[in-house]
Design a binder for this molecule. Structure first.
Ligand SMILES: Nc1ncnc2c1ncn2[C@@H]1O[C@H](COP(=O)(O)OP(=O)(O)OP(=O)(O)O)[C@@H](O)[C@H]1O
Length: 425
């Protein structure tokens, strides 16, 4: 059909003298010229078209060129194949005939297959080119889908191309060993505490049943209307007294006195549970030194406890001092110690304090010494945890093991901070 048309077209120029062969040559030349003209025309049209349409055309051209590029060098082929993948993904977004779409899908599948083939054959040397190509493709098309495609491929490529480490000897022996589960173990005193009866009235203990209390204290108790000890008192008072039987500095078996943790409801008599034994132990002392320190969270609570201590210390030589900011720092200072003959002399046996004020005296009052401390009472311990950020406890511990000024040269025996002790029961 086309041949027929051409023939008709050339019919006007037919010349009898021209042979069949030369005519066909002329026909070919004409056709070529026409084709060139058409090409030029389309080019000029394209330059006038909006950039979006031009882009599409470029893309189509590229795809065509890719098909023909089977004889090109390996890395060029790859670059083009990636660009083709980009083309397909972008053109998918536009409305095109179904036939065209099918073709494109086929092309993209072919290209992907081709790409895979290329990747499997990529040597380590060609690795640096790969990301550049991907980026080029992006720049050319502006498509986002291609990016994900190239990114998905990249790790595989790197894994494949990463050379096996050389020069290192695999030592082995690093197989996973089964990790043993650590079982939490509570200390004995917490795991198996001595349980005290809740029912106070049903488990009262007569004060005469508790041995080791001085007549003065018993009298004081009776004067205050106390004939029986509450269960918590009946448990704690003998325990504290027992720990002091070996003297003020060492406890049973030569170890330091054991700690006691009491958890009991409000009104169960906890205050007297520590006040009575402390007074009882300290009332036998000769030299006045701070040997008991009770720390409470608030000024009011410190006042209450100080009052109880003071009432039971009355009639003894024991002196109770409160450090809770009720008085000025200087006034508290003068209550704590005095200088006599150039020597510091303690004026307090029992100190009841709030954490802040206590730390102030530890740091700023050279006349305040805790090196003879024997009893540390942390009352309202659950609330005292809140003030632990002030690190008052560590400051107390430091002060307990800090030698007083001028004391080191005079003392023969000095208390030293113990190292970790492993004790078997
Ligand atoms: N053995 C006792 N016999 C009679 N009354 C007592 C006895 N022990 C303490 N009390 C009185 O019981 C009241 C409460 O005691 P205490 O303040 O010691 O309890 P607590 O457990 O310390 O309470 P909180 O948890 O509020 O501090 C006080 O008024 C105290 O005088």
């Amino acid at each position: 059909m086309s041949l027929f048309v051409v023939n008709r077209y050339l019919g006007e120029e037919e010349n009898g003298s021209i042979s069949k062969e030369s005519r066909s040559q002329a026909l070919l030349a004409k056709l070529q010229q026409k084709a060139k003209e058409k090409q030029r025309q389309s080019l000029t049209e394209e330059t006038q078209k909006p950039p979006k349409e031009r882009k599409q055309k470029d893309v189509k051209k590229k795809r065509k060129a890719d098909k023909d590029s089977s004889q090109e060098p390996e890395h060029n082929k790859k670059r083009k194949s990636e660009a083709a993948a980009v083309i397909v993904s972008e053109t998918d977004n536009h409305d095109e005939p179904v036939e065209e779409e099918k073709k494109k899908k086929q092309t993209s599948a072919n290209e992907k297959r081709k790409k895979k083939k290329d990747q499997s054959g990529i040597s380590v040397k060609s690795l640096p080119d790969t990301p550049v190509t991907g980026r080029e493709g992006l720049e050319e098309t502006g498509g986002g889908e291609d990016k994900t495609e190239t990114e998905n491929i990249a790790p595989e490529q790197t894994a494949e191309k990463t050379p096996a480490p050389t020069g290192f000897t695999v030592l082995g022996g690093f197989d996973n060993k089964p990790v043993q589960k650590v079982h939490r173990v509570l200390p004995q005193w917490l795991a198996q505490p001595d349980v005290i009866h809740r029912d106070i009235k049903g488990h009262l203990v007569n004060i005469s049943e508790i041995h080791g209390l001085s007549a003065l204290l018993v009298k004081k108790l009776q004067n205050n209307g106390i004939q029986n000890f509450f269960p918590v008192q009946a448990e704690v008072i003998p325990a504290v007294l027992e720990s002091a039987q070996q003297g003020l500095l060492i406890g049973r078996g030569g170890y330091k006195p054991r700690d006691i943790c009491v958890s009991a409801p409000t009104g169960s008599g906890k205050t007297l549970a520590f006040v009575i034994p402390v007074i009882q132990v300290l009332m036998e002392r000769v030299v006045c030194e701070v040997r008991a320190l009770a720390v409470l969270p608030t000024k009011e609570l410190a006042q209450q406890v100080c009052k109880v201590f003071a009432s039971y210390a009355e009639g003894t030589s024991l002196k109770v001092v409160m450090l809770a900011g009720q008085k000025s720092f200087a006034a508290e200072q003068s209550c704590l110690s005095e200088l006599r003959g150039g020597m510091r002399r303690s004026l307090a046996d029992i100190v009841v304090a709030t954490p802040g004020r206590l730390v102030d005296h530890i740091n700023k009052n050279s006349g305040f010494s805790l090196e003879h401390l024997r009893f540390l009472i942390i009352d309202e311990a659950d609330r005292m945890i809140d003030s632990m950020h002030q690190s008052w406890l560590s400051q107390v511990v430091k002060a307990v093991y800090r030698p007083g000024s001028g004391q080191e040269a005079m003392s023969i025996f000095r208390r030293a901070e113990p190292a970790h002790v492993t004790a078997a029961r």
